[in-house]
Design a protein around this ligand. Structure first.
Ligand code: URA
Length: 228
């Protein structure tokens, strides 16, 4: 693929702007500044440097964001900035979107992609992808409440109980809860259903992924979709 076409496909601007970036010497490959916008490159495993930043070619973008508190997952945020503002411009140009939603005050693992089929696959209830939440509780939780979460609790909008597939007390006020469904405010409402209150919520796992230990809140990394 031509360098200009590659840049365009990755969200770096119009074809004209991408041509300009090459002509201006903003794009390099393995230390060599590319000066011909129409040079043909093999996209397999390609890592360009654009304005000094490494940019691995990805036909479809999938990234893992360590969501900080104070950001909304909505595309049209009302009270706080959007999580999209934490990602580089080219990913926003490509129409990257969160895979499901986390509340504004929830921190942790948020996947985003520009591949609608992947969003569908990863959020489809039938897939039952595990999501792991570390819940800071207002009151110490007893064994009876933990068992209730595993047996299933009824939320106010649906008579069908929702169950936790795992519920581990790391301390009496720190619960590691695994769920495979994704209802509105599900964790907070499950915790409320056993007469407790969620004081802090952090998603530590999604599918097979967990937040990389060295990834600070607000940071993001590329993800291989087969690793989810
Ligand atoms: N459940 C909630 O209550 N909030 C979240 O952000 C995610 C799951």
């Amino acid at each position: 693929m031509h360098v200009q076409q590659i840049l365009f496909s990755q969200g770096f601007g119009t074809r004209h702007e991408c041509t300009g970036m090459v002509v201006n010497g903003q794009v390099s490959l393995a230390g060599r500044v590319l000066d011909d916008p129409f040079e043909d490159l093999d996209t397999d495993g390609l890592v360009l440097h654009v304005n000094g930043e490494a940019w691995p070619y990805a036909e479809k973008a999938v990234v893992l964001l360590h969501k900080p508190a104070g950001f909304e997952c909505s595309m049209k945020p009302k009270h706080h900035p959007s999580v999209l503002s934490l990602l580089p411009g080219p990913l926003r140009v490509r129409g990257i979107q969160p895979v499901g939603r986390l509340d504004e005050d929830t921190t942790g693992l948020l996947l985003l992609t520009d591949d609608g089929a992947l969003i569908h696959k990863w959020t489809h209830p039938k897939r039952k992808l595990p999501k792991v939440y570390d819940v800071t509780l207002k009151h110490p939780m007893d064994e009876a409440a933990r068992q209730k979460l595993l047996a299933g609790v009824v939320l106010d909008d649906d008579p069908e109980p929702v169950v936790a597939s795992a519920a581990e007390l790391l301390t009496p006020t720190l619960l590691r809860l695994t769920i495979t469904s994704g209802r509105y405010h599900q964790v907070k409402r499950m915790v409320a259903a056993v007469s407790n209150r969620c004081e802090g919520l952090h998603r530590s796992g999604f599918g097979q992924l967990s937040v990389p230990p060295d990834l600070k809140p607000g940071g993001w990394v590329w993800v291989d979709p087969s690793a989810v």
